[in-house]
Design a protein around this ligand. Sequence first.
Ligand code: ADP
Ligand code: MG
Length: 752
Amino acid sequence: MPVLTEDSPLTKLVKKNEAEQLARTKGLLSVADLFEFVPRRYVRPGQLTDLSSLHVGEDVLVVAEVKTAATRSMRNRRGKMLTVVIGDDLGNELDVTFFSAYGHEGKLKPGVRGFFVGQIGAYGRRLQLTHPEYELFDDEEAGEAAVEWYRTHRVPVYSTTGKLNSLRLRKLVHTALDTVDRIREPVPEEVRVARGLVDRAVALELVHRPAVDDHPSRGLDRLKYDEAFVLQTILAQRRKAAEAELGTPRLPRPGGLLAAFDARLPFELTQGQREIGEVFASELASERPMHRLLQGEVGSGKTVVALRAMLAAIDAGGQAALLAPTEVLAAQHHRSITAMLGDLAQGGMLGGSEFGTTVALLTGSQNAGARRRSLLDAASGGAGIVVGTHALIQKHVQFADLALVVVDEQHRFGVEQRDALREKGIRPPHVLVMTATPIPRTVAMTVFGDMETSTLRELPRGRSPIATHVVDADKPGWVDRTWQRVAEEVAKGHQAYVVCPRIGDADDESGSGAATSRDTSDEDAGWDAHWDDDGAAPEGEQDAPAKELTGVYAMLSTLRATPALQGVRLEVLHGRLDPDAKDATMRAFAAGEIDVLVATTVIEVGVDVPNASVMVVVDADRFGISQLHQLRGRVGRGAVPGLCLLMTQGAGERAAERLDQVAATTDGFELARADLMLRREGDVLGARQSGRGNSVRHLRLGRVEDEQIIADAREDAFALVDADPGLREHPALAAAVAMRLDEDQAVWLERG
Ligand code: ADP
Ligand code: MG
């Protein structure tokens, strides 16, 4: 065996084709990757040999002898099937079945002994193992040794495919553990000791080769800590670098635009809004650029807080840019900011206020004239606020003096986009990021860990609670009642949303809802393929029968034909409409000229029509928890109580559970955590959303236990970087950081 280190490619350990398979199916390239590939579970020992105590569903490892083996042809398939009966020393027997005899027939002959690993199933009344992994003993002695080993160890089960089964993987890992003579140790000893962590070498043994009395979870905790520690070191360094940057202090101007705005506010700011406003003001006045995340419950009034920061920037002679994820949202921000500012938004115009400024809009689909005007206003400084989509990030967009960048609904933007906008300042501008969804602390520390965080916890006074109910669409009476409720609200002068999972075909208003082969998904819905949306088909949702999803147009014609809704003004909104039409519809809805908006999830974020009181979500089982919470935040925004009806038909057990959770609480933090528990973090922290350095392998961000690990690692890493920003004293950690950044960079480049 050649010298093996953790950096060695797996080709040093295994044959080329096997290495290729490990790379392709599991993304394992190096020995270190193999070490980090942790078992899915362990088979407990004591399940050895005793064939009499098995039951269905159990993971077992049995040592047994092949008693009989028979192949037979199958009626409706090619190839032969192999049925083996194995038995233990006590005379108990168990059936073992291979649907393809190929490769097994020659080995599993009567008289050979070995161990078999698999899950107990049943065929008729007999228990059986189907396609177990097995290893046969060459001779009596080898058998004894193997049995002894399995008697004294827990057997790791890896997630594997094809020929690369768990047994093979276990062997590879063991060989690697025995051959690599120095296991890396990125965590300094004093930290390890202080946290009571085991050495990394010990951790790997615990995870991959635990003895009967060992606790693999102790080893896994160490790997989790490592992962968190390296990530937090990166974040701490990023924070340190940001602190060293020099921006322009933006000093408050008493009696300026902000003061004039505050005097015009039709409501009183909540205490949270005021306090956060003060924090912003003092950070804007500092030479160190602000780098802050503002999160808060849906409807907690983040926009007002952000707008006040923008006005402060303008008071100090600078400009502010507001980056929104969709055209609908950019247009709405532009509209609502202009409306909130009133005469203050008519700077330079007759009748405008003396402090007035101008709010420009910049989106990709604007006509050339409008865009040119906005570009000019941004470059000349005439526009104090420029609201836009990605169009803002493009090279030719220039600002006279960009003081503050506000990014709305951050999780849809990568770090790269945020940085691209930052670079448009003469000096680094202040940055404020707003998220639509409340973020569990684990995610805040991981994804946004290089920023300071402010949280708006209270909702403005006078908010009415939202009542949420699940409606079983299989019961016609319930459906009728739902539309009746919508009609009642409209009769009271209120408005409603009906949200559907797909657009459907505009030509097909027959109400059949049949899907065509054309693309009927909504590109705006596609925007949030990450963390507050699992698209139309939540992952792991195997219990939901395939069902035709209701489209916006089919729903429209259903509603038109519903007696209760006669005379109600209906309109559709979705991402495939052209931007002018979208904008016109949103304006009309905001103005109360439309009663019921039948829409896709384009209305999910930020849309603010306080007069809307009911939302019906059709095929609600097709949406994720956070997304439903976000959606329902569109109602109950004014003094009118909100009602959200989650319509579902034949939802699977897990989907039904999700809907019940949403109906049971309006606490967005609680729901965000529940959501995280249900999905894999890879989906949560996709590269597009998180940028570099934020995806996790071992940590489970939905778990409370892991929150403590991250918090500990964060404290340790920040202290370490504070004392040694360049990691000069910690070369092993520096190497781990470099490797992590490389990996993430590679992922980032690959995804383009
Ligand atoms: P978020 O973006 O946090 O979901 P918004 O900023 O859109 O919330 O605010 C929701 C609504 O509440 C808006 O109509 C806004 O004008 C209003 N609002 C904000 N702050 C207050 C307050 N302190 N009192 C009353 N209404 C408020
Ligand atoms: Mg908002």
